[in-house]
Design a protein around this ligand. Structure first.
Ligand code: NAD
Ligand code: MG
Length: 385
């Protein structure tokens, strides 16, 4: 494999920094061509000095001068602002985009990369939740792969290697259950952000950690899976598996089930997506079946964790409903992280947005953008932000 030039959009986040660890461990295979961050100028500068990318983008324009000054005398070009993310994504200087921005903000740069025919390693699940039909259609037109980084979807992708056109009966997305597995609403009503930010198995960015605690993350992943693997809503099942060893499973039409397993470590799906179809050796810790441990499974409690039920509803309705769900959820999660609303209020905000905003069965890209904006405004008006 010749050296692949990776554009990491969201290089200062949990996925981005782990991707840079993978690049640092495999300098013959990968280089960092573009790095982007929203606000963390200090880390972006440090990364640029170490990885010597062609370009960096700092989203927050107020930090442009700081980054520019720190990188003066290097060959790294510095850009700033939201539009720069799209402009840089549209440049033909890299081989693959790792889409690791969190939330709706990742959609437009990813679209640009697809439009110029760049393969995508996709961590940013919200992109598919918001506009999965358009993303999948455009990537098919350009004949470029969207290789999932999300561990469940990477698991399914890996189970499908070599299966050709063999029909999938269903996929089983595993969920850890998050920190509040087994808890009821009378407990959840008092949950504060510090507790919700303690995930039992994974260390991740704040937004996805809260989504994991509410099970919204699993709902977003159901929608993500529908698009990635071209499934009907009924073919996507969720199963709680608290040990997070089986990362997901595929059941084929002959009843045979394949699972992909390993210790929970995002570096594995990140490097798999970046190196696909090759596997890269590493010294990450291995799961040992001889150690006494049992793998357990249970149904998700969607009566308590109503976000998952709402996401299932959005998945079933399709159209712009997942976009409404996602936008309202982003507003709700950030409000919860700022202690503005309670844990269960997040569900209320999403549900009210889904009830209130006009449904569009086959939205254009422009209508997705409008829906996102309207749903955000509506959600924010509920919170009085
Ligand atoms: P994070 O919060 O740790 O990092 C987010 C990155 O995006 C940062 O580099 C930040 O600078 C950038 N960013 C934030 N807001 C931005 C904006 N408005 N415009 C441009 N850039 C912006 O998030 P993360 O945990 O690394 O997650 C990134 C994505 O990957 C999410 O969509 C998440 O759902 C998905 N994902 C993460 C994990 C994980 O283990 N962390 C696992 C599976 C999927
Ligand atoms: Mg996941």
């Amino acid at each position: 494999m010749s050296q692949k030039r990776i554009a990491i959009f969201g290089s200062t986040g949990s996925i981005g920094t782990q991707a840079l660890d993978v690049i640092a461990a495999n300098p013959a295979l990968f280089s960092a061509e573009i790095l982007t961050a929203q606000t963390n100028d200090t880390l972006l500068i440090k990364q640029a000095l170490e990885f010597k990318p062609n370009m960096v983008v700092i989203g927050d324009e107020k930090k442009y001068a700081t980054v520019k000054d720190a990188l003066a005398g290097t060959d790294t070009k510095v850009w700033a602002g939201e539009q720069a993310l799209e402009d840089v994504a549209a440049m033909d200087c890299y081989d693959m985009m790792l889409a690791a921005i969190v939330g709706y903000a990742g959609l437009k740069p990813t679209l640009k990369a697809i439009e110029i025919g760049k393969p995508i390693a996709l961590a940013n699940k919200e992109t598919l939740v918001v506009a999965g039909d358009i993303i999948m259609r455009k990537s098919a037109e350009k004949k470029i792969p969207i290789i999932p980084v999300d561990s469940e979807h990477s698991a399914i992708f890996q189970c499908l290697v070599g299966e050709g056109k063999n029909r999938i009966e269903k996929i089983i997305l595993t969920a850890s259950g998050g920190p509040f597995l087994g808890k009821k609403p009378n407990f959840l009503v008092n949950v504060k952000k510090d507790h919700a930010l303690q995930h039992p198995n994974w260390s991740m960015g704040a937004k996805i950690t809260i989504d994991s605690a509410t099970l919204m993350n699993k709902g977003l992943e159901m929608i993500e899976a529908k698009w990635l693997f071209n499934l009907a809503p009924e073919q996507v099942q969720v199963l709680v598996h608290p040990q997070s060893i089986i990362h997901s499973m595929v059941q084929f039409e002959d009843g045979s089930i394949k699972a992909q397993m390993g210790l929970p470590d995002m570096k594995l799906p990140i490097q798999y997506a970046m190196a696909f179809p090759q596997r890269i050796s590493n010294d990450f810790p291995r799961y040992d079946f001889r150690k006494p441990a049992s793998l357990t499974f249970e149904e998700p409690d969607i009566k308590t964790f109503r976000n998952l039920a709402l996401a299932m509803e959005a998945l079933k309705q399709g159209g712009n409903m997942p976009c409404i769900l996602n936008a309202a959820n982003e507003i709700a999660v950030y409000a919860f992280l700022r202690n503005r609303i309670g844990f269960l209020d997040m569900t209320e905000v999403v549900e009210q947005a889904m009830n209130k905003l006009p449904f569009i069965a086959n939205p254009t890209l422009e209508e997705y953008f409008e829906t996102d904006g309207e749903a955000r405004n509506f959600a924010a008006s509920l919170i009085h932000m």
